[in-house]
Ligand binder design. Sequence first.
Ligand code: CMC
Length: 389
Amino acid sequence: TGMFTFDPGFTSTASCRSAITYIDGEAGILMYRGYPIEQLAEQCTFLEVCYLLLNSELPNETEIKAFEHEITMHTMVHDQVNLFFRGFRRDAHPMAIMVGVVGALSAFYHDAMDIHSKADRQGCAVRLIAKVPTIVAMCHKYSTGMPFMYPKNKLNYVENFMRMMLATPCDEYEPNPVLVRALDRILILHADHEQNASTSTVRLAGSSGANPFACITAGIACLWGAAHGGANEAVLNMLLEIDNVSRIGQYIDKAKDKNDPFRLMGFGHRVYKNHDPRAKLMRETCHEVLTELGLHDDKMFKLALELERIALEDDYFIAKKLYPNVDYYSGIVLHALGIPSKMFTAIFAMGRTVGWVSHWDEMIADPDQKIGRPRQLYTGQTRRDIPIR
Ligand code: CMC
């Protein structure tokens, strides 16, 4: 391959050095800043995890109070941001609106996005983590023709999001701690995953010096695809389509058929060739939520468990090391919380925003940072001349 290594899909190219997240795909290990995901999911809140990803260390009590306060003070969007929504059809996909509206935030903070200023970078990180949930909730309200809900400062991050998303101005919102904890956990499990496609996109976009709102929007666009963040929505649609345990075999056969593009959604991963540790935590959370809501007989959950069992006993899935990934159970949890499947990928984006910003910040702070510029193997025409006309 001449001077370059040919590595389509970057299966064996390390694009950067990073101190944020560690994955051992053979052993099924995931750690943020050295802490195992299981411990973070059990013992921390999402905002503590955000602090950890951004600042390398878990916060002490004073630090987390200050961080929570700062995030809370930035949850509102500029009133003119509300106007963007009207430009979209009511049936627009929320990720289409996210790409437009989060990207448009670039236009509101011109004097606070000097990428070479640490303070500005932190300010942008806080704004993004604080405002993305508000925008996600607005997408949902807009699609259902309901009024936007303003953030409420006395609620915590997840409670505030659930209220903006699911309550109406006519209701008193009463947080249910089990459900709040479940969504908090979904966000923790999605917060970072080292150089996945959307994070690599954010880095590549940022490597030119583009502003962080624009870079995060590039990540949102990449996340939308069904092979990446779009999988959680696709899993639920797949389960709805299978509908009955008796039809599982048929779908497994479809997934194995080389001539059929169908894949078992929520199965397989580029890096994990063993259980995805996030899937196990997600399955536990799913069970807790369904029990809390009196839905232990939930048809979808039973179908998902049975499909998992059958796939994991099948030679095809064993040979190719295909296991359920984080998105296999997250859709069932979100569905039980009353969140429509169209919103699932936007909620993934909400959790991943902190990962994207942390990687962007790490890259900009690196003195050896260069513009990302892959090479290619040219396969086109050799030199030729236009015939004299
Ligand atoms: N169902 C059936 N066959 C599969 C599946 C699946 N879900 N996933 C992979 N395979 C097969 C694939 O056909 C290929 O077979 P062969 O070697 O005979 O050509 C082999 O397994 C390897 O697959 P690949 O596409 O070369 O592997 P990859 O690392 O490029 O793709 C993946 C990883 C996640 C895109 C893929 O497994 C997939 O499409 N899964 C379904 C979508 C999904 O659940 N995505 C969410 C990923 S986790 C959340 C996130 O981080 O976004």
